[in-house]
Design a protein around this ligand. Structure first.
Ligand code: ZN
Length: 508
């Protein structure tokens, strides 16, 4: 197969405002008629966003907020973008000749495995839950076109889960949550603005000095991590931008045995279908990195940053505050902090598009994505709105616990209670938050809405309890035990630590 330049070749599917789908090369991303990327798998869509943001971040980074804003207001000139991308051309070659995009510099002579292994999903039907149904089952994937192979490779290197002995996890660990700032959902915004919102200014050491292996690890021999040394790559040993180009897996696609036919992923005809790749363990082991597009928490023992991962139950409002605000234990993604301080027109509302896999060790259980609101008031250090919302969230957690306990004591406990609780109270929660923000300077009003939130949850848990306890047609008799459990539930509710705190908020 001849070498493909990922910068010169049109390989990225996009959707135009008029509904038309086409393929572009990266430098065409500034076309104002393009509304979005158009991948057929949600994980590729999320990865492709990061690929293009990564290209801009690496080769066309703004030096400061003012410069960022100039481009935001005036657009990115084609000639400047072409010139910027020209610098990274050697890193964006894809094919049998090394260096090749995201593939090991050295011939691997490793195990030859079917190309389906590049896809991050669970083999076997039973492991696939409803949310993963839109993934094409990997048993059906025998040969894929080069365009899909590039994105599959990038998706795997970006999200890599634990893969057995020495198969390293991604730079943020296996299955990180990525959070992207997005414009108002219903206002038509061109793709380039959605990308540019997620590019941050670089200063000092963060700027790439050279576009070599400190940014793109496949441009030289891999820093492998075999025992006993188990070498790691720390942020100090590489450039900030490698965060976008991490290469935990040593992979070499098999370009010698290409065939002709239809790609098993996108369905397009290709004369260069790839069916196998070689892989070897002990690729780059990343330590202590902070990716600008992911929220982190601090490990209580080591103090190391740990990227937030997908959890069973999905992305729910329980997790929201940690993704949009920063405190001692949780840090929102760098891009969120940067956004908070940007001098953007205030009438435009933004949201946070969060996505990622939920991995059960090596298997993808689910793919999650969710949109969370972003409120400018969170950036105001003088406002205590964040604290009040944190209090309300703690209260939601406590309330769920006593509901679970009550259901357990009448043998009605099930894991779906938690998921339903968060999903079914989400809309009232955001209504409450909006009301709270509107009353930011009015203590009376705030107290009223906090109390309102406790009542909403009280109503919810009593309804759920009553349904579980009393609506079973086989047990028409209401027994005294169920009634006394209900009495106890109400008692427990009124004794909750945070309900006292909330009531203490009453303005005098
Ligand atoms: Zn394809």
């Amino acid at each position: 197969m001849p070498t493909l330049s990922l910068l010169d070749h049109e390989w990225i599917p996009v959707r135009h405002f008029n509904g038309q789908i086409s393929k572009i090369k990266p430098s065409q991303l500034i076309d104002e008629t393009i509304s979005d990327l158009a991948y057929f798998r949600p994980d590729f869509q999320g990865a492709a966003y990061q690929f293009l943001i990564g290209l801009l971040q690496t080769a066309f980074y703004p030096k400061n907020d003012d410069e960022w804003l100039d481009y935001w207001d005036e657009g990115i000139p084609q000639s400047q973008l072409d010139k910027a991308f020209e610098q990274i051309k050697p890193a964006m070659q894809f094919g049998a000749t090394k260096p090749a995009f995201m593939q090991d510099f050295t011939p691997l002579n490793g195990n030859k495995v079917p190309i389906s292994g590049l896809l991050v999903e669970a083999p076997g039907e039973n492991a696939l839950k409803r949310n993963t149904d839109h993934f094409i089952k990997r048993d059906f994937v025998k040969a894929i076109c080069p365009h899909c192979a590039v994105m599959a490779l990038f998706t795997l290197q970006t999200n890599a889960p634990a893969g057995g002995q020495g198969h390293r996890v991604g730079l943020r660990g296996g299955g990180p949550i990525t959070t992207l700032i997005m414009p108002e959902l219903n206002s038509p915004t061109p793709l380039w603005k959605k990308l540019w919102l997620n590019v941050v200014p670089l200063n000092g050491d963060e700027k790439p000095q050279r576009y070599d292996e400190t940014v793109f690890p496949w441009l030289n021999k891999t820093i492998t991590s075999e025992p006993p040394k188990n070498l790691s790559v720390y942020p100090e040993q590489a450039n900030f931008c490698q965060a976008f180009w991490g290469m935990p897996r040593r992979i070499e696609l098999d370009f010698d045995n290409i065939t002709q036919g239809h790609c098993d992923l996108c369905g397009e005809e290709s004369s260069e279908l790839i069916s196998y790749y070689q892989t070897k363990n002990y690729g780059v082991q990343y330590q202590n990195w902070r990716h600008p597009l992911s929220p982190y928490r601090t490990d209580s023992k080591t103090g190391a940053p740990i990227a937030i991962k997908g959890q069973p139950g999905g992305l729910i409002y329980r997790d929201w505050l940690g993704m949009v605000t920063t405190n001692d234990d949780n840090q929102s993604a760098q891009v969120v902090n940067v956004h908070d301080y940007r001098d953007l027109e205030s009438h435009q509302e933004y949201h946070l598009w969060c996505f990622g896999y939920d991995f059960d060790n090596m298997k993808a259980r689910c793919w999650y994505e969710h949109n969370f609101p972003v409120y400018p008031i969170f950036a105001d250090p003088d406002s205590d709105i964040k604290e009040l919302i944190a209090l309300a969230l703690e209260f939601s957690n406590e309330t769920l616990k006593i509901l679970r306990k009550a259901l357990a004591s009448i043998n009605k406990q099930s894991s779906s209670v938690d998921i339903a609780y968060w999903k079914e109270t989400e809309i009232p929660f955001y209504e409450f938050v909006t009301q709270l923000i509107e009353q930011k300077d009015n203590p009376n009003g705030r107290f009223h809405f906090l109390l309102g939130w406790t009542n909403t949850l009280l109503k919810y848990i009593t309804q759920i309890y009553d349904k579980a306890a009393f609506s079973d047609p086989d047990q028409q008799m209401i027994n005294s035990e169920k009634i006394s459990t209900r009495v106890k539930l109400l008692k427990d509710f009124n004794k909750l630590k945070n309900i006292k705190k909330i009531k203490n908020n009453k303005p005098s």
